[in-house]
Design a protein around this ligand. Structure first.
Ligand code: FDA
Length: 394
């Protein structure tokens, strides 16, 4: 019979949020164990931001997070914001740069961020156990976590196993299942920051544009993003689409402005006056990538010089380019989603400490919670802030 290993805190998940909770609690003198089934800590950090980890965003604000309670993230973000993670990054001598839209990336490999978290955990005496399969969690007098390497016990348990995105990297719904087991609510989970698929038969869809990218405004309802969009073999991707995907629900339309920042109809009429002898596709290639210009001209303009085209035809195309609305068939699912929307219901957690309101000692942090950031470093910022809030409270 193996004896249980006793700690002050058990953290499930050695990702961004779990390691932050562990280091904060460890550095306050708590005896912390982190358990993870993966063979390596922080695997999502390693692949994030194209290998350079977009570790925060200077424009962090609760408005850039989706949640059943839009105010929930405020408290943790106010107490551990972009400046705090940046201070840690700088303390560890990690070179960084601002790319665009407030996004901060490492100059070098994301591995430096994982090394930083592990060094901080080490400074707090945190015991990180990898390749541990969690088989059971029991509450009562504290928490007992059974694994294939023995049982761990502690009066505090932090759920930090993340969301459901990229199951092939080891994502599971463990935190959601444990939360439910202890009576917490879990809001419906959906892929977010995910490419959208378009059925080839969708009215107005233009097939065979895979690889074409351009700056657009993508809108879903009243939420709009101006960023790059990419046509794929299955539909649409690129930052603008990933951003709106988090707001999209099945059956809703998304609308694209392919000529953002200008009145497309007016621009086409002006182009006609300036170069009346050119063909429609040549005129459009002044505004759109060539393959898209060609496709749009083929579908929406008659042959011949633009000078012969009535303004009404150009107005119609201009309206179409300024407001191209499509109903996506779906998303590329959790296999391709950067994050999970939904999760442990914020109504059941303290926004100050991340502790479950009805289960003393049970905490939930990071992506497992129903707080989803925009693309651009916001999800890590939430992982740091929520992890830190829990680690400071335990
Ligand atoms: P995270 O998923 O990081 O960690 C969870 C841990 O729990 C993992 O170590 C996992 O192995 C473990 N685990 C899961 N199930 C378990 C089980 N059953 N038993 C034991 N352990 C278990 N965000 C951002 O802000 N900037 C960026 O640049 C990017 N880039 C990016 C790229 C890609 C390709 C993806 C998929 C995601 C991003 N993200 C991102 C999102 C970001 O990676 C994500 O929001 C955070 O990693 C969430 O941190 P958590 O610690 O909550 O979960």
């Amino acid at each position: 019979m193996s004896l249980a290993m006793d700690f002050d805190v058990i953290v499930l998940g050695a990702g961004a949020a779990g390691l932050m909770a562990a280091l904060a609690a460890g550095q306050r003198g708590r005896r912390v164990a982190v358990l993870d089934h993966a063979a390596e800590a922080g695997r999502k950090i390693l692949i994030s931001g194209g290998g350079r980890c977009n570790f925060t965003n200077l424009d962090t604000d609760a408005g850039r997070f989706l949640s059943g309670n839009p105010h929930f993230a405020k408290s943790a973000l106010a107490r551990f914001g972009p400046a705090d993670i940046l201070a840690m990054i700088e303390r560890h001598g990690i070179a960084w740069h601002e790319k665009t839209l407030g996004q901060l990336f490492c100059d070098g490999s994301a591995r430096a961020v994982v090394a930083m978290l592990l060094a901080e955990c080490d400074a707090g005496g945190v015991d990180i156990r990898l390749s541990h399969r969690i088989t059971d969690v029991v509450g009562g007098d504290g928490f007992s976590v059974a694994t294939d390497h023995g049982t761990f016990r502690a009066p505090a348990l932090v759920l930090a196993t993340g969301g459901l995105s990229i199951p092939k990297m080891g994502a599971t719904g463990l935190s959601h299942a444990i939360a439910r087991q202890f009576g917490l609510r879990v809001t419906p989970t959906l892929p977010a920051l995910v490419p959208l698929t378009i059925d080839a038969a969708t009215p107005g869809w233009v097939p065979d544009l895979a690889g074409v990218s351009l700056d657009v405004v993508a809108r879903c309802g009243t939420t709009r993003f101006r960023e790059a969009m990419l046509f794929t073999h299955r539909g649409l991707s690129g930052p603008a689409i990933l951003q709106v995907s988090s707001y999209w629900d099945s059956g809703r339309e998304i609308c694209l402005d392919l000529m953002p920042g200008r009145d497309a109809a007016e621009a086409l009429r002006a182009a006609k006056r300036q170069r009346p002898r050119v063909e429609g596709r040549t005129m459009l290639s002044g505004f759109l990538p060539q393959r898209l210009a060609q496709a749009m001209a083929m579908h929406h303009l008659p042959d011949g010089p633009v000078g012969d085209m009535p303004d009404a035809v150009l107005n119609r195309l201009g309206q179409h380019l300024g407001r191209w609305c499509l109903v996506p068939a779906g998303t590329e699912g959790f296999a391709k989603a950067e994050v999970t929307r939904g999760g442990i219901d914020t109504r059941d957690l303290s926004s100050r400490t991340m502790e479950a309101r009805s289960v003393p000692g049970l905490y939930a942090v990071g992506e497992a919670v129903d707080v989803t950031g925009w693309l651009g470093g916001y999800n890590f910022q939430w992982a740091w802030a929520s992890g830190h809030a829990a680690g400071r409270a335990i």
